[in-house]
Design a protein around this ligand. Sequence first.
Ligand code: G
Ligand code: G
Ligand code: MN
Ligand code: NA
Length: 253
Amino acid sequence: ATLERDVQHAATRGELTLHYQPLFDLRTRQAVKVEALLRWTHPQLGEVSPAEFIPLAEATGLIVPLGEWVMCRACTDARHLPGTLVVAVNVSPVQLEDPDFPQTVRAVLRDCGLAPGRLELELTETALMRDVARASHTLGELRALGVRVALDDFGTGHTSLSSLRDLPLDTVKIDRSFVADLRGGQGQPFTQTLLGALLQVAEVLDLEVVAEGLEDDAQLRALHALGCHVGQGYLLGRPVPLDRLLSTPWDAP
Ligand code: G
Ligand code: G
Ligand code: MN
Ligand code: NA
């Protein structure tokens, strides 16, 4: 209950920051996106993971103003980044279900002066599968503003092939549990075949595919060989504050 109360004041007390993790084109080795990840430094407890406090903020509805704060911060920070970089922001299902959400996104972009094409909104499968028809309509409104839409943690939920076909999406992020199977070698043949099939589906549907959680070179090479063009993970870059991000080179290590 204390954490739930404290998170309400975290933003106004300056305890929240965003870290950014780069995403790289695996062919050119250039950074193409950064994902904004919320960090909370609690005055007594220290670092509290968003996995812990986001659910609390969702339960109280606080996630709506909190999510807007994140989007605003990320869009403002994006103006310090090279103009080709897209900034990705995680969006809670509670935000997506807020009828004002598309208007909020539009207002944030206008206030921050960011080109809509430089913002990507990441939604999880569970967020979209709660009510596919409604989610599809909202995603359509968001894309009409010019922002990009990504399906996050793909493979952990229950997205059907027809939903994948029908949802207006730009990007699919393969959950790192699949990528983990490819550690240190060929990986499990079944996972390789599955990812190969997914990449073929994605190509037909004109979806960009991102591999999450790349931690070793074998995973990177396997995914690149399968035709996955964008990667994210500790191997390529950890989440860092904006100043650190600005002082690191934009090519993959
Ligand atoms: O960064 P980390 O691995 O600790 O994130 C844990 C979880 O919290 C991930 O699922 C991530 O998507 C989520 N998360 C991080 N930042 C945000 C945010 O700004 N909004 C929402 N809704 N989720 C976030
Ligand atoms: O659910 P989502 O994909 O938004 O979660 C993002 C989280 O994944 C971030 O908190 C980030 O710290 C974490 N993450 C990023 N790269 C890696 C990685 O290579 N390995 C692991 N285990 N976690 C990662
Ligand atoms: Mn994400
Ligand atoms: Na993810």
